[in-house]
Design a protein around this ligand. Structure first.
Ligand code: UCC
Ligand code: FAD
Length: 526
């Protein structure tokens, strides 16, 4: 530099070193466990890269565009008419077309791979999810709506809707919303739902209410809950009074939304790629009266499984980037990958990610068995029990693993336009929507017929950890397994597998209610 007549770091010169960015290689090829799992369970000819990872590279760019060009709400047109138009990016619309073409919902209903169809579908979604710009959210609800319609019977007025939700033709493809949450409560839907359904003379209903969270609000239709009014205007309180309704989101000749007003879009920590709105609405009937929660439960099963797929996928994505970065970044004279402590950190994340993947895929396997009519009674119970378990466990794991993952990039992990912070922001919602950790733990508790409320969360974690340990061991015993599969199983089993037994031994469930409350509300300092 000096011989050439100038020094680094003078004036506008910023030195000669630039860190190479982490490179996302082919996520299918890079994922040894996914490939091993597919090789083991799905016939060889389907375990091909092109069948699982649609339009590599191109999709990543669209996902990023969804993040930097988020949806916005246009309340009025230039001439002052109320239009409530949610403007989305080109990339978001392309995701919709691609999703139809790739059959990301359709595969589950075509069932070309028999009982393994759900594993095939969810493997594709697992690869698509981290690049999808959150398009997996409307796909989850679309899949859930198709499942509800199928379970209630595909007849008018929802026959056409069902064929649109499950088509591979982009021009016919519809997405669905899932509007359950109102201001009084999203967990306690039975007490929180104020929306009323007023019967009309033609047999339809007008819904009047306020939906507090409605995601991917650019959907073509929705399923929602309301209380039917009798002739006196009275409704039945609680769960028994709730019915499920189908509503198409359409516009009249003047371009105005029929029966829906968009109050505003939510200003969110993450998931900014997709709109989440507050709505006033009206619609059409679908379920028999009083069976609203039970009818929409099929949707919850599907969306909770999708949630878990996204959680496992987020962990895998951050790990793939972190391990590539480890081969490019030098600290204290050697590459990060040559620092044993750094490798231990990534290995711990890897074990969590492998466990999450196997747990998610096992639930998909059970779903596929149930849907293709080969499930035993035991399989059906296991599916019902493990659905909340996998959702609550992977939702929490995703936040922990992704957060650790960001740290593995040092300061760059905190820098917005690397795209890394968005992975953490988006992971944070996975434990909140579709049932919070506590609410799902209580659901698990009810399934196991144990009545110790304070143990609910620890019990759910214990089930997740023990069952996942068994899956890791089972996979390690497969004749095609690698030494890493065995090592991952050992590492998992060395951890605390059963927090509920430990805490019960220590008496933590005996009389803690008042002590917990005193601790939380502690004001004792003088
Ligand atoms: O958050 C939302 C969308 C976010 C965007 C989509 C993301 C998808 C992933 C994307 C990845 C990127 S939508 C809002 C989600 N909201 C919830 O999850 C609500 C959480 N609350 C619960 O889960 C509650 O447990 C309730 C509301 C389901 C039930 O509470 P209740 O009032 O105490 O009711 P019961 O008594 O527990 O259940 C009523 C009936 C019973 O059937 P019957 O009457 O035959 O005895 C239950 O067995 O419903 C049945 N049931 C179920 N059946 C309840 N839960 C289930 C279930 N999970 N599966 C089967
Ligand atoms: P609350 O029910 O008030 O819960 C508050 C806290 O209390 C939580 O920590 C919970 O675990 C705890 N808690 C509640 N009950 C119990 C109990 N019995 N025991 C112990 N702890 C308990 N909803 C939709 O219907 N459609 C959507 O499209 C949709 N999109 C969303 C998008 C985003 C980005 C977000 C953040 C939310 C969305 N939701 C949607 C709403 C979501 O499903 C609810 O926020 C969620 O179910 C929790 O309900 P809540 O907000 O009323 O919280």
């Amino acid at each position: 530099w000096e011989a050439a007549g100038y020094l680094p770091f003078t004036r506008a010169r910023i030195g000669s070193f630039f860190q190479e960015n982490p490179v996302l290689k082919n996520p299918f090829v890079e994922d040894a466990l996914l490939r091993g799992y597919l090789k083991r369970h799905i016939p060889q000819e389907v375990s091909r890269d092109y069948m699982f990872y649609p339009r590599k590279g191109e999709v990543d760019g669209w996902g990023r565009e969804c993040e930097v060009n988020p949806p916005r709400l246009m309340h009025f047109d230039p001439w002052g008419r109320r239009v409530d138009h949610i403007v989305t990016s080109h990339a978001w619309k392309r995701m919709k077309d691609l999703s139809a073409q790739e059959g990301l919902v359709a595969i589950g209903y075509e069932r070309s791979f028999g009982e393994w169809s759900r594993v095939y579908q969810m493997s594709k979604l697992y690869l698509f999810s981290p690049s999808s710009g959150l398009y997996t959210c409307p796909l989850a609800m679309t899949d859930g709506a198709a499942k509800v319609i199928q379970s209630l019977g595909v007849s008018r007025p929802v026959e056409d809707a069902y064929s649109r939700l499950t088509t591979r033709h982009p021009e016919r493809f519809w997405t669905s919303g899932q509007w359950m949450t109102e201001r009084q409560g999203g967990s306690d839907v039975a007490s929180g739902t104020e929306t009323v359904a007023v019967p009309q003379t033609d047999g339809s209903y007008k819904l009047h209410g306020f939906k507090w969270f409605t995601s991917a609000t650019d959907a073509d239709m929705t399923l929602t809950l309301a209380r039917v009014q009798d002739k006196t205007g009275a409704t039945i309180p609680g769960s028994k009074g709730l019915s499920l309704f189908y509503a198409e989101v359409s516009r009249d000749e003047d371009g105005q939304l029929r029966g829906i007003e968009v109050q505003r879009l939510k200003d969110k920590l993450g998931t900014r790629q997709m709109p989440t709105a507050e709505l006033l609405l009206d619609g059409l009937p679908l379920s028999e009266e009083g069976r609203g929660v039970a009818s929409i439960a099929n949707m919850l099963t599907i969306t909770r499984i999708h949630n878990s797929v996204s959680a496992a996928a987020a962990m895998r994505r951050v790990l793939q980037l972190a391990r590539d970065y480890g081969t490019r970044r030098t600290a204290f004279g050697k590459l990060l990958k040559d620092h044993p402590l750094h490798m231990q950190t990534l290995a711990r994340m890897e074990v969590e990610s492998r466990g999450a993947f196997l747990l998610v895929m096992d639930v998909c396997r059970l779903l596929g068995r149930e849907e293709s009519g080969v499930a035993t009674e035991h399989d059906a119970h296991l599916l019902r029990l493990l659905t909340p378990v996998v959702k609550l466990y992977t939702g929490k794991q995703a936040v922990a693993v992704v957060s650790e993952g960001l740290e593995s990039f040092g300061g760059q992990g905190y820098i917005e336009d690397t795209g890394l912070p968005g992975i953490l922001r988006d992971a944070q919602v996975l434990s909140i929507w579709e049932g919070t950790t506590n609410v799902l733990s209580l659901d698990v508790l009810r399934r196991t017929k144990i009545y110790l409320e304070l143990a609910a969360r620890d019990l759910a974690y214990s089930l997740a950890r023990i069952y996942t340990g068994a899956l890791l061991i089972d996979h390690a015993c497969w004749k095609g397994a690698s030494p890493s599969d065995t090592y991952a199983a050992l590492r998992w089993c060395e951890q605390d597998l059963c927090p509920v037994a430990r805490n019960q031994r220590r008496g933590h469930y005996d009389s803690n209610t008042s002590l917990d409350a005193a601790l939380v509300f502690d004001q004792s300092i003088q």
